[in-house]
Design a protein around this ligand. Structure first.
Ligand SMILES: Cc1cc2nc3c(=O)[nH]c(=O)nc-3n(C[C@H](O)[C@H](O)[C@H](O)COP(=O)(O)O)c2cc1C
Ligand SMILES: Nc1ncnc2c1ncn2[C@@H]1O[C@H](COP(=O)(O)OP(=O)(O)O)[C@@H](O)[C@H]1O
Length: 219
C-alpha cells in the first residue's frame, strides 16, 4: 500500500530525535557493507542530495534481507580514497545552513572529529532502504547520504554501515519539493540523534574501518 503524503503534511511537526536516549536497542546496530555503485543519477541533479548506493546484496551480506524499508541513521566508514583524504575548510557544512545553529555545530563537530585516518574515514549518515515510491522504482535500493561535503565522488570505495536507528517508513509525495523537505528533516533528525553520547561513541566501532578482504579499495 502506498503512503502518499498530502498537502497537510508538515515536516516541521516531526519529532527531531529517533530511538531511545540511552542508546540503540536490538536489532541495532545493524551492520552491512558494499562497494559504492552508480544509482539512477537523481540524487545530486534532481534533489541536490547525493546518495551513495551499495548493491542490494549488501543486505544479505549482513543477514538483513528482511529489514523493513524506510529511513535510518547511523555511521558510515569509507575506505581510503582521494575523497577521504581531503581536509575541507570549516565552511564545509554551509550546505546545512537551513538547519538550526546548535545542529550545525553538532554536525560540524561530528564531521571534523578524529574520524579520518590512513585506514579510511567515518562519517554521520542518513539512509534510505526501499523502493522509492515517489519514483516508482522496480528494484529495492540501499542509498546513503553522508553528512559531509566531499570535493570528489567516491564510486568504487567500500562502505561499511552501522545502522543505529529507524526514523520513518518510506513515503510517496505530492511533489519533489515535499520529498526534499522531508529528507532535510531526516538529516536533521540523524544529526541530533547521533549527537547523543551513547550513539556518538559508536563512531569508534572498529568494524567501520575494517576493509580487508572486502574487495578492491578505490585509488
Ligand atoms: C534520507 C532519505 C530519505 C528518503 N526518503 C524517501 C521517501 O520517503 N520516498 C521516496 O520515494 N524516496 C526517498 N528517498 C530516496 C530518494 O528518492 C533517492 O535518494 C533519489 O531517488 C535518488 O536516487 P539515486 O541516488 O538512485 O539517483 C530518500 C533518500 C534519502 C537519502
Ligand atoms: N555527501 C555525499 N553523500 C553521498 N554520496 C556523495 C556525497 N558527496 C558526493 N557523493 C558521491 O555522489 C554519488 C551519488 O550521486 P547521485 O547523484 O546520487 O548519483 P547516483 O545515484 O547515480 O550514484 C555517490 O556515489 C558518491 O560517489
Amino acid at each position: 500500500m502506498s503512503n502518499q503524503h498530502d498537502s497537510q503534511h508538515d515536516s516541521a511537526a516531526r519529532p527531531l530525535v529517533a530511538g531511545p536516549d540511552d542508546g540503540p536497542r536490538p536489532p541495532y546496530p545493524l551492520r552491512l557493507d558494499g562497494k559504492v555503485v552508480k544509482g539512477f543519477g537523481r540524487g545530486s541533479s534532481e534533489l541536490g542530495i547525493p546518495t551513495a548506493n551499495i548493491p542490494l546484496s549488501g543486505l544479505s551480506v549482513g543477514g538483513h534481507e528482511d529489514v523493513d524499508s524506510g529511513v535510518y541513521y547511523g555511521w558510515a566508514g569509507l575506505s581510503p580514497s582521494k575523497a577521504t583524504h581531503q581536509h575541507p575548510p570549516q565552511t564545509q557544512n554551509a550546505k546545512y545552513s537551513h538547519l538550526s545553529s546548535p545542529l550545525q555545530e553538532t554536525l560540524s563537530s561530528l564531521a571534523t572529529e578524529d574520524g579520518t585516518s590512513e585506514k579510511g574515514a567515518v562519517y554521520p549518515m542518513c539512509m534510505s532502504i526501499g523502493w522509492n515510491p515517489f519514483y516508482k522504482n522496480t528494484v529495492r535500493s540501499v542509498e546513503v547520504h553522508i553528512m559531509h561535503h566531499f570535493e570528489t565522488d567516491f564510486y568504487g570505495s567500500h562502505m561499511n554501515l552501522s545502522i543505529l536507528g529507524f526514523i520513518r517508513p518510506e513515503l510517496d509525495y505530492v511533489s519533489k519539493e515535499k520529498l526534499i523537505e522531508d529528507i532535510k528533516t531526516d538529516i536533521e533528525v540523524s544529526g541530533r540523534s547521533l549527537a547523543r553520547e551513547p550513539y556518538a561513541r559508536l563512531r569508534r566501532d572498529p568494524y567501520l574501518l575494517e576493509f580487508e578482504g572486502k574487495g578492491e579499495v578505490a585509488s
